[in-house]
Design a protein around this ligand. Structure first.
Ligand code: MOS
Length: 752
C-alpha cells in the first residue's frame, strides 16, 4: 500500500502566536474559584457515597451484616458483592478477570468491600463504620524479596510472577562484553511513587431513564465512557462522560476507577445523583502508583567510548493484580549499541495495583542506566557528556532501526552542557566544611508513539468570534490554551475571541485520553486542519468582496486585507459573505503518523547538588533541563511542564516512597505529611529550561513531539550522578534520603 507520508498541511515556518509565553485562557476561572471541577458538581437531591475497604492485606470476607448500617440516619443504599448488578469483573489478567468490583477475596489493605450512599458524606462515612464484616485472614506478602521466596504466600493463584519473564534482545551480548575494554555492573532499586495529584479521584453519577451522565476526574472522557459502558453493559451511546477542570492526572486518571462504577450503581439504586470522591488517604493505596523496580544493569564499552553491550534485568512490583512494571525500553533504545538484552518480570505483592505514572518505567530505567553510564565514563576516563555523545542513535533500534524524524539528543547534551557551564563547574572547588558540592548529567528519551486519531471542529461566527470544539481533557497542563493558540495562529483571529468547548462525550469530537505526552501532538494537527479549512472559506468570501485572488489576501488580528495593501483591512465581522452564512464551520482530522519514521522526544538534564556529610542532607542548588520536544507551543506552559516534571523527579529521587508495614500490610504514610512530595523549599531557585527545537517538519503538521513525561525522566539520575561527583558515593537505592546518604558515607569511610 502506498501510504501518504506528507502531512496535508505544510509545516509552519515562523509563527506569530504559537511559541509565545501566554497565560492560560482559563486562568481567571481557575484562580478565582469559578471553574467547576467534578467535585463542585452538585444537585439538590444528590447523595454522597463512601467505600468500605478491607483492613487486611489478604483476607476473605466470610460474612457481611449491613442491617445496623441501613437503619442509620440518612442512609439510602448499601451495596456489596451480593447486590444484583454489582457482580462486575475487574482487573483483567491473561486468563480473564482476577477480581470483582467487591470481590470477597481482598488481596490488599484497601480492597473494596461495600459502599454506602447517604444524604451527607458524614452519614455515609458513619454507616461504613457500622457495617459488620467477618474476615478470614490469610498470610500475605508486601515485599519483593519475600514474594519471590520459596513457599511465599501466593497473591494470585499460580504464584507471584504476574507474567513469565519477557525477553528482548539483539546481537550477541556475550560477544559484546568480550569486546569491551571496561564494564560496569550494578543493581538499583527505586521506590514506589504515588501520583499525588492536587485533585483526588471521584465521580458524580446521574441517571435519566437508561441514560447515565458522569462528571468524572478522568484524563480521557471517551475512554471512561467506553469502559463504563462495558462495566454496566450499556451501549456506549447511553453513557455521557465529562471532565472539565482538573487538578492533575499524571497517569493516575487514565483507567476507569471503581469509584465511578460504584457511584453509578448507587445512583441507579436510589434514583438520585450520587457523588463519590476518594479521600486523600484512599488515593495512596486504591488508585495506582509508579511501581518499585529492582534493576540489574551491566554495560560495556571500548576505551574510545563505543558501547558494546547492554544487559538489563528487572523485577518490578505490580501490586496484587496484573499490570506492567516494565522499564527496559529506554535501556534498549537510548544509545547506539549492537548487542543488547533485557529480561523483565512483574511480581505480585499484597498491595494496591500499579498503573501508568508520568513516563511509566522510564524514570526507573534512567535511575539505573544513567548511573551506570556515569560510572563507565569514569572507568574509561571520559567526560560523561562526551561518552554519551559518542553513542547517539539516529534510529530506533527496538523498532527495526526505524529512523527518528529528528534526534535532538546531541543538542540537548551539547547546548545544555554549555548553558550549564559544565566544564568550569566540574573544576570549581567542591569542599566547604562538611559540604561537598558536585554536578551531574543524565540523558533520556520517551518512547510512546500513541494512536493519533482525533478530530476538532472550528466555528467562526459573524461577529468574528470562534468556538473550538475538542474532546481532549485539560489536566491543568494548558491544553485548551495551546489549542486556542493554534486556531489564533492559523485563522488570524485574536486569542480572546476564541472559546474552547472540551472533554464532553455528548458534545465534543473524539480525542484519545490526555496521556503518553500525546495531547498536543495528537490534537493540535486536527485543530490546525479545522482552522485552516475555515480560513480557506473566509478567503474565498473575502476574495469576492475584494475582487482579488484568495492567494493575495491575508487574515491577521481578526481583519482581512490584501497582502500589498494592509490599509484596506476589513474586520471579519464586516465580510458580507460571512454575515450571510452566519457561521463558517469545519471539521479537522489528524493525519496518521509519518510512515516508516518515528517521532520521539529527547532530554538532557543537569544538576548541581550540595551534600552535607554530617547530616546526610542533599540540596539541589542548580538545575538545567534541555528538551527536544519539537516546537515550543507556548513558552509558559512549556516551562510549567518542565519545572513540574523536574519537581516530580526530585520527589522520585529524593523524598517520595510508599512505605508498607511488613507486620500489618498497611501503607504507613498514606497522607501528605508522612509521604513527602517536594514543596517549594525542596526545588532549586536556580532552575532553567532550555528548549531545543530541531524544526521537525516530519513528525506532524505542528512540529511538536510531546513534553509532559520527558520532563521527569532523567531528573533523579542527574541528581544521583551529581551526588557521586560530590562525594564519591554511588546511591543505588532511590530515594536518596538523608539516612541512606549517611549510611553510604559511613560505609565508604569504613572501606577507606
Ligand atoms: Mo501518562 S502516565 O500516559 O498520563
Amino acid at each position: 500500500m502506498a501510504a501518504d507520508t506528507s502531512p496535508s498541511l505544510p509545516a509552519w515556518g515562523e509563527t506569530r502566536v504559537v511559541g509565545q509565553a501566554l497565560p492560560r485562557v482559563d486562568a481567571y476561572e481557575r484562580v478565582s474559584g469559578s471553574a467547576v471541577y467534578a467535585i463542585d458538581v452538585a444537585f439538590s437531591d444528590m447523595l454522597h457515597a463512601a467505600t468500605l475497604r478491607c483492613p487486611y492485606a489478604n483476607a476473605k470476607v466470610r460474612h457481611i451484616d449491613t442491617a445496623a448500617a441501613e437503619r442509620m440516619p440518612g442512609v439510602k443504599a448499601i451495596i456489596t458483592d451480593r447486590t444484583p448488578g454489582a457482580n462486575i469483573p475487574w482487573y483483567p489478567g491473561r486468563n480473564g478477570p482476577t477480581s470483582r468490583l467487591f470481590d470477597p477475596h481482598c488481596r490488599y489493605a484497601g480492597d473494596e468491600v461495600a459502599a454506602v450512599a447517604a444524604s451527607t458524606l458524614d452519614q455515609a462515612l458513619d454507616a461504613v463504620c457500622a457495617i459488620k464484616v467477618e474476615y478470614d485472614q490469610l498470610p500475605f506478602v508486601v515485599d519483593l524479596n519475600d514474594a519471590l521466596k520459596d513457599g511465599a504466600p501466593a497473591v494470585q493463584e499460580g504464584g507471584n510472577y504476574a507474567d513469565p519473564p519477557r525477553v528482548m534482545q539483539r546481537g550477541d551480548v556475550a560477544k559484546g562484553f568480550a569486546e569491551a575494554d571496561a564494564f560496569v555492573e550494578e543493581t538499583f532499586e527505586t521506590g514506589c511513587q504515588i501520583h499525588s495529584a492536587g485533585e483526588t479521584h471521584g465521580s458524580v453519577a446521574r441517571w435519566e431513564g437508561d441514560h447515565l451522565t458522569v462528571w468524572d476526574t478522568t484524563q480521557g472522557v471517551f475512554d471512561s465512557q467506553r469502559s463504563l459502558a462495558a462495566a454496566l453493559r450499556l451501549p456506549i451511546s447511553s453513557v455521557r462522560v465529562t471532565s472539565h477542570y482538573m487538578g492533575g492526572g499524571f497517569g493516575g486518571k487514565l483507567e476507569l476507577g471503581k469509584h465511578t462504577v460504584i457511584a453509578a450503581l448507587l445512583a441507579r439504586q436510589t434514583g438520585r445523583p450520587v457523588k463519590l470522591f476518594l479521600s486523600r488517604e484512599e488515593t495512596f493505596y486504591a488508585v495506582g502508583n509508579r511501581p518499585a523496580d529492582r534493576i540489574k544493569l551491566k554495560i560495556g564499552a571500548k576505551r574510545d567510548g563505543t558501547l558494546t553491550a547492554i544487559d538489563i534485568t528487572n523485577r518490578g512490583i505490580v501490586g496484587a493484580y496484573p499490570g506492567s512494571a516494565g522499564v527496559a525500553y529506554q535501556a534498549m533504545d537510548l544509545y547506539l549499541c549492537p548487542n543488547a538484552r533485557a529480561e523483565e518480570a512483574s511480581v505480585y505483592i499484597n498491595a494496591g495495583k500499579q498503573c501508568a505514572m508520568r513516563a511509566p518505567g522510564f524514570p526507573q530505567c534512567s535511575w539505573a542506566l544513567e548511573q551506570v553510564m556515569d560510572a563507565l565514563a569514569e572507568k574509561i576516563g571520559m567526560d560523561p557528556i562526551e561518552f554519551r555523545l559518542k553513542n547517539i542513535p539516529e534510529v530506533s533500534q527496538i523498532r527495526g532501526n526505524m529512523p527518528f524524524t529528528s534526534t535532538g539528543l546531541k543538542q540537548c547534551l551539547s547546548q545544555g552542557s554549555e548553558a550549564f557551564d559544565w566544564k568550569r563547574s566540574r573544576e570549581k572547588p567542591r569542599v566547604e566544611g562538611p559540604i561537598r558540592r558536585g554536578i551531574g548529567v543524565a540523558a533520556g528519551m520517551w518512547g510512546y508513539e500513541g494512536h493519533p486519531v482525533a478530530a476538532a471542529v472550528v466555528r467562526l461566527f459573524a461577529d468574528g468570534s470562534a468556538n473550538l470544539n475538542i474532546g481532549a481533557t485539560d489536566l491543568g497542563t494548558g491544553t485548551k490554551t495551546i489549542m486556542a493558540m493554534v486556531v489564533a495562529e492559523e485563522l488570524g483571529i485574536p486569542l480572546d475571541k476564541i472559546e474552547v468547548e472540551w472533554a464532553d462525550t455528548a458534545t465534543t469530537q473524539y480525542s484519545p485520553a490526555s496521556g503518553g505526552s500525546q495531547t498536543v501532538l495528537v490534537n493540535a494537527p486536527a485543530v490546525r486542519s479545522a482552522a485552516a479549512e475555515v480560513r480557506r472559506q473566509i478567503l474565498m468570501i473575502a476574495s469576492e468582496q475584494f475582487k482579488l485572488p484568495a492567494g493575495d489576501l491575508v487574515i491577521r488580528d481578526g481583519k482581512v486585507f490584501p497582502a500589498a495593501e494592509p490599509e484596506k483591512a476589513v474586520a471579519l465581522s464586516e465580510l458580507r459573505g460571512l454575515n450571510e452564512r452566519r457561521v463558517i464551520m469545519a471539521v479537522g482530522n489528524r493525519d496518521p503518523h509519518p510512515a516508516g519514521k518515528i517521532a520521539l522526544p529527547f532530554i538532557a538534564q543537569f544538576a548541581e547538588v550540595e551534600v552535607n556529610t554530617l547530616t546526610g542532607e542533599v540540596k539541589v542548588v542548580r538545575f538545567l533541563a534541555a528538551h527536544d520536544s519539537g516546537r515550543v507551543m507556548n513558552r509558559l506552559t512549556y516551562e510549567n511542564q518542565v519545572f513540574g516534571g523536574v519537581a516530580m523527579g526530585i520527589g522520585f529521587g529524593m523524598t517520595e516512597q510508599r512505605r508498607i508495614d511488613r507486620k500489618s500490610g498497611k501503607v504507613l504514610n498514606a497522607n501528605l505529611l508522612d509521604y513527602k512530595v517536594p514543596t517549594a523549599m525542596d526545588v532549586p531557585v536556580d532552575i532553567r529550561c532550555l528548549p531545543i527545537d530541531p524544526h521537525d517538519t516530519e513528525c506532524n503538521s505542528v512540529g511538536s513531539k510531546g513534553l509532559g513525561e520527558p520532563a521527569t525522566i532523567p531528573t533523579a539520575a542527574a541528581i544521583a550522578n551529581a551526588v557521586y561527583n560530590a562525594t564519591g558515593v554511588r546511591v543505588t537505592r532511590a530515594p536518596i534520603t538523608p539516612d541512606e546518604m549517611l549510611r553510604l558515607i559511613a560505609a565508604r569511610g569504613r572501606r577507606a
